[in-house]
Design a protein around this ligand. Structure first.
Ligand code: GDP
Ligand code: IMO
Ligand code: MG
Length: 423
């Protein structure tokens, strides 16, 4: 049994949570592999909205184990709130497992994230200020504290050292410092709460592979936010692309089966950085309103625009995507006209070379094909062949250019609003 992967192709918020929720009905385990509570994955079940920041979106399926892998950075306060939210809604968290190797986010990481953003001034990244970057920095500086250290109360000495160093920096910039004793008291309580969930998830996953169980990996963020493959420096501090799935779970490349790349039928970005197909006119505003494009995590309005097939081909190439999941077909279907970027024009020539280099992109122009919108209500359609011809034309053109089949089509926010395509 191969391990399937769901990951984002662009700048996040493509609807990965919804695809995971659907696929996890047939999975034994779902695994979050990278990022932290910068992610916000929304699932709508019976009209109720759930937003997951750390717990894998498969948790609502009671027969599925939910694993937070070693590549994730965990803010224990946020995780405990999320566990409580799941329980309050009548779902079980008995099946939650947290890697002992996942790194812990502390208040000084969050303060450092805020200070760094302040100091970047107009060059700011627009981070979620959740302490993600600084906590990965500690990991790679080899002074980080892991979940195993936290729950076994082996963290005080290292934490005191880290806090002292960071408080020196905060003092230098007249930024608020953090209180080490308060943190130790707080985190000792978090450790007691979380201890039952913390385990060696690498072994757990490999035992499942040996038993031929179905594992599903849930990507967070997306390819163009990847620290290596994204629009650096306007990226997150991890590898949300396929490599991060392996290193963030301990699952080797040979076990990977389907790699589903999630996109929307339009595009969005939250935070700073280049975005060639952004629509800064009232049409972009209309897409934001129709698609309810406000951040799940930070509530920021998302920048909106058109689907960029040059970028999608790049994401397909970098991740080895085997199937596309396209959400929000219903949303673009409410527009009169839909634009699809099929190439970039530079120095009078049309090419399909994707680049994240701002200088290269500066005088690049998207080349658009236009499609008819006004699909009518498609939210109850469950077969691709039953979609209106106008919608089929749009989807067929995407497949024709990208040369990867569409596997799932989202026609509404609800769990049931999904078309599963035949291979
Ligand atoms: P993620 O971070 O990739 O999981 O995506 P988010 O949850 O941040 O954002 C996706 C948003 O689109 C959520 O509000 C979903 O409920 C919503 N959504 C997902 N698929 C569809 C769809 O096919 N149609 C509509 N109308 N909404 C969708
Ligand atoms: P999901 O999983 C959209 C963006 C931030 C910022 C940049 C760096 O819901 O798709 P960070 O706090 O990670 O240092 O911020 O990355 N970003 C996301 N944008 N969806 C996400 O996650 C994101 N996670 C980070 O807005 O531009
Ligand atoms: Mg999101």
């Amino acid at each position: 049994m191969k391990v399937d992967v769901v990951l984002g192709c662009f700048y996040g918020d493509e609807g990965k949570g919804k695809i995971i929720d659907y696929l996890s009905q047939k999975a034994d385990i779902t695994v979050r592999c990278t990022g932290g509570n910068n992610a916000g994955h929304t699932i709508e079940v019976d009209g109720k909205k759930f937003a997951f920041h750390l717990i894998p979106s498969g948790v609502l399926n009671k027969d599925t184990k939910a694993v937070i892998g070693n590549g994730v950075v965990i803010d224990p306060k946020v995780l405990i709130e999320e566990i409580e939210m799941v329980k309050e809604n009548g779902y079980s968290v008995d099946n939650l497992y947290i890697s002992d190797r996942a790194h812990v986010i502390f208040p000084y990481h969050i303060e450092m994230d805020r200070l760094q953003e302040e100091l970047r001034k107009e060059g700011k990244i627009g981070t979620t200020c959740r302490g993600i970057g600084p906590s990965y920095c500690d990991k790679y500086e080899r002074c980080g504290i892991r979940m195993g250290d936290l729950v076994n109360k082996r963290f005080e000495k290292q934490l005191r050292k880290n806090v002292e160093e960071r408080n020196n920096v905060f003092n230098l910039y007249h930024h608020q410092t953090v209180d080490i004793d308060e943190i130790i008291v707080q985190y000792t309580k978090y450790a007691e709460y979380l201890k039952p969930y913390v385990t060696d998830t690498v072994t757990l996953l490999h035992e499942a592979i040996e038993k031929n169980e179905k594992i599903l990996c849930e990507g967070a963020q997306a390819t163009l936010l990847d620290i290596d493959f994204g629009s650096y420096p306007f990226v997150t501090s991890s590898n949300p692309s396929i490599g991060g799935i392996c290193t963030g779970s301990g699952i080797g490349a040979r076990y990977i089966g389907e790699v589903y790349g999630v996109i929307k039928a339009y595009s969005s970005r939250v935070g700073e950085g280049p975005y060639l197909t952004e629509d800064k006119t009232e049409v972009g505003d209309l897409i934001r309103e129709l698609g309810h494009e406000y951040g799940t995590t930070t509530k920021r309005p998302r920048r909106c625009g058109w689907l960029d097939l040059v970028a999608l081909r790049y994401a397909v190439m970098v991740n080895g995507i085997t199937g596309i999941a396209i959400n929000h077909l219903d949303t673009v279907g409410k527009l009169d006209k839909i634009k699809l970027c099929v190439g970039y024009k530079k120095n009078g020539e049309i090419n399909n070379k994707f680049s994240t280099d701002e200088d290269y992109l500066k005088d690049c122009e998207p080349v658009y094909e236009e499609f008819e919108g006004n699909f009518g209500d498609i939210s109850n359609i469950r077969k691709r062949e039953d979609l209106p011809e106008k919608a089929k034309k749009y989807l067929n053109r995407i497949e024709e250019i990208v040369k990867v089949p569409i596997a799932f089509i989202g026609v509404g926010a609800g769990r049931e609003c999904m078309i599963v395509c035949n291979k």
